[in-house]
Ligand binder design. Structure first.
Ligand SMILES: [Zn+2]
Length: 151
Protein backbone atom coordinates (compact mmCIF):
# COMPACT_ATOMS: atom_id res chain seq x y z
CA UNK A 1 0.00 0.00 0.00
CA UNK A 2 1.48 3.37 -0.95
CA UNK A 3 2.15 5.87 1.77
CA UNK A 4 -0.17 8.77 1.12
CA UNK A 5 -0.17 10.67 4.35
CA UNK A 6 3.06 11.39 6.15
CA UNK A 7 1.76 14.33 8.15
CA UNK A 8 0.98 12.25 11.20
CA UNK A 9 3.74 9.72 10.58
CA UNK A 10 5.14 7.89 13.55
CA UNK A 11 8.61 9.24 12.91
CA UNK A 12 8.75 12.66 14.52
CA UNK A 13 9.75 15.59 12.37
CA UNK A 14 12.94 17.40 13.17
CA UNK A 15 12.70 20.81 14.76
CA UNK A 16 13.74 22.56 11.55
CA UNK A 17 11.15 20.64 9.55
CA UNK A 18 8.52 21.72 12.03
CA UNK A 19 9.52 25.37 11.93
CA UNK A 20 9.53 25.28 8.16
CA UNK A 21 5.97 24.02 8.12
CA UNK A 22 4.71 26.43 10.75
CA UNK A 23 5.98 29.36 8.73
CA UNK A 24 4.76 28.00 5.43
CA UNK A 25 3.40 30.64 3.07
CA UNK A 26 1.44 30.35 -0.13
CA UNK A 27 -0.31 27.20 0.99
CA UNK A 28 -3.00 25.68 -1.24
CA UNK A 29 -5.64 27.13 1.09
CA UNK A 30 -4.13 30.58 0.89
CA UNK A 31 -3.81 30.45 -2.88
CA UNK A 32 -7.44 29.35 -3.23
CA UNK A 33 -8.57 32.20 -0.99
CA UNK A 34 -6.48 34.75 -2.87
CA UNK A 35 -7.88 33.70 -6.20
CA UNK A 36 -11.45 33.93 -4.83
CA UNK A 37 -10.74 37.42 -3.45
CA UNK A 38 -9.27 38.42 -6.77
CA UNK A 39 -12.38 37.09 -8.46
CA UNK A 40 -14.45 39.49 -6.33
CA UNK A 41 -12.30 42.37 -7.57
CA UNK A 42 -10.51 42.87 -4.27
CA UNK A 43 -6.91 44.06 -4.19
CA UNK A 44 -4.64 43.15 -1.33
CA UNK A 45 -1.05 42.87 -0.17
CA UNK A 46 0.61 39.64 0.84
CA UNK A 47 2.71 38.72 3.86
CA UNK A 48 3.04 42.25 5.14
CA UNK A 49 4.56 42.88 8.54
CA UNK A 50 2.20 44.95 10.68
CA UNK A 51 3.00 45.77 14.30
CA UNK A 52 5.63 43.05 14.14
CA UNK A 53 3.14 40.46 12.90
CA UNK A 54 3.38 38.96 9.43
CA UNK A 55 -0.14 38.93 8.03
CA UNK A 56 -1.09 36.57 5.20
CA UNK A 57 -3.50 38.82 3.29
CA UNK A 58 -3.68 42.54 4.04
CA UNK A 59 -6.10 45.26 3.02
CA UNK A 60 -4.08 48.31 4.07
CA UNK A 61 -6.63 51.05 3.40
CA UNK A 62 -9.50 49.21 5.05
CA UNK A 63 -7.18 47.95 7.81
CA UNK A 64 -8.36 44.38 7.50
CA UNK A 65 -5.87 41.61 8.29
CA UNK A 66 -6.61 38.06 7.17
CA UNK A 67 -4.84 34.93 8.38
CA UNK A 68 -5.17 31.50 6.87
CA UNK A 69 -4.37 29.03 9.64
CA UNK A 70 -3.42 25.46 8.86
CA UNK A 71 -5.82 23.05 10.58
CA UNK A 72 -3.06 20.99 12.12
CA UNK A 73 -0.51 23.62 13.09
CA UNK A 74 -2.99 26.03 14.57
CA UNK A 75 -5.19 23.45 16.27
CA UNK A 76 -8.45 23.52 14.33
CA UNK A 77 -11.19 21.98 16.53
CA UNK A 78 -12.43 19.87 13.60
CA UNK A 79 -9.21 18.58 12.08
CA UNK A 80 -6.37 18.85 14.53
CA UNK A 81 -5.04 15.44 15.44
CA UNK A 82 -2.32 15.10 17.99
CA UNK A 83 0.64 13.01 16.97
CA UNK A 84 0.94 9.89 19.07
CA UNK A 85 4.70 9.94 19.32
CA UNK A 86 6.84 12.52 21.09
CA UNK A 87 3.84 14.22 22.71
CA UNK A 88 5.97 16.01 25.26
CA UNK A 89 7.34 18.01 22.35
CA UNK A 90 4.22 18.38 20.25
CA UNK A 91 1.61 19.35 22.76
CA UNK A 92 3.42 22.42 24.11
CA UNK A 93 4.42 23.37 20.56
CA UNK A 94 0.85 23.33 19.30
CA UNK A 95 -0.39 25.15 22.39
CA UNK A 96 2.31 27.73 21.80
CA UNK A 97 1.10 28.25 18.23
CA UNK A 98 -2.45 28.86 19.44
CA UNK A 99 -1.30 31.31 22.07
CA UNK A 100 0.81 33.19 19.56
CA UNK A 101 -2.15 33.39 17.17
CA UNK A 102 -4.25 34.89 19.92
CA UNK A 103 -1.56 37.37 20.96
CA UNK A 104 -1.08 38.50 17.38
CA UNK A 105 -4.81 38.94 16.81
CA UNK A 106 -5.11 40.99 19.99
CA UNK A 107 -2.16 43.15 19.07
CA UNK A 108 -3.64 43.97 15.69
CA UNK A 109 -7.14 44.53 17.09
CA UNK A 110 -5.91 46.98 19.70
CA UNK A 111 -4.10 48.95 17.00
CA UNK A 112 -7.28 49.37 14.99
CA UNK A 113 -7.19 46.41 12.63
CA UNK A 114 -10.11 44.14 11.83
CA UNK A 115 -8.68 40.64 12.19
CA UNK A 116 -10.17 37.70 10.31
CA UNK A 117 -8.70 34.30 11.08
CA UNK A 118 -9.70 31.52 8.74
CA UNK A 119 -9.09 27.83 8.97
CA UNK A 120 -7.49 26.09 6.08
CA UNK A 121 -10.72 24.07 5.77
CA UNK A 122 -12.72 27.29 5.22
CA UNK A 123 -10.57 28.06 2.18
CA UNK A 124 -10.50 24.63 0.60
CA UNK A 125 -12.11 23.44 -1.55
CA UNK A 126 -14.58 26.29 -1.96
CA UNK A 127 -14.05 29.85 -0.85
CA UNK A 128 -17.14 31.67 -2.11
CA UNK A 129 -18.68 32.39 1.29
CA UNK A 130 -15.34 32.97 2.93
CA UNK A 131 -14.29 35.46 0.27
CA UNK A 132 -17.61 37.28 0.52
CA UNK A 133 -17.22 37.51 4.29
CA UNK A 134 -13.90 39.25 3.79
CA UNK A 135 -15.29 41.50 1.07
CA UNK A 136 -18.03 42.59 3.48
CA UNK A 137 -15.56 43.35 6.24
CA UNK A 138 -13.43 45.38 3.84
CA UNK A 139 -16.33 47.44 2.50
CA UNK A 140 -17.67 48.00 6.02
CA UNK A 141 -14.32 49.39 7.09
CA UNK A 142 -14.00 51.56 3.99
CA UNK A 143 -17.47 53.00 4.56
CA UNK A 144 -16.73 53.88 8.17
CA UNK A 145 -13.40 55.38 7.16
CA UNK A 146 -15.25 57.70 4.79
CA UNK A 147 -17.25 59.08 7.71
CA UNK A 148 -14.55 59.34 10.31
CA UNK A 149 -11.46 61.23 9.23
CA UNK A 150 -8.53 60.09 11.29
CA UNK A 151 -6.03 62.57 9.85
ZN1 LIG B 1 -10.02 22.40 9.98
Amino acid sequence: MPKTNTRTAEVPLTRSEIMKRVKQKDTAAELALRSALHGLGLRYRLHRRIEGVVVDVVFPTAKVAVFVDGCFWHGCPLHATFPKSNQSYWLPKLAENKERDQRQSEKLSTTGWTVIRLWEHECLPTTGNTARRIAQAVSRRLRSKGQIHAH
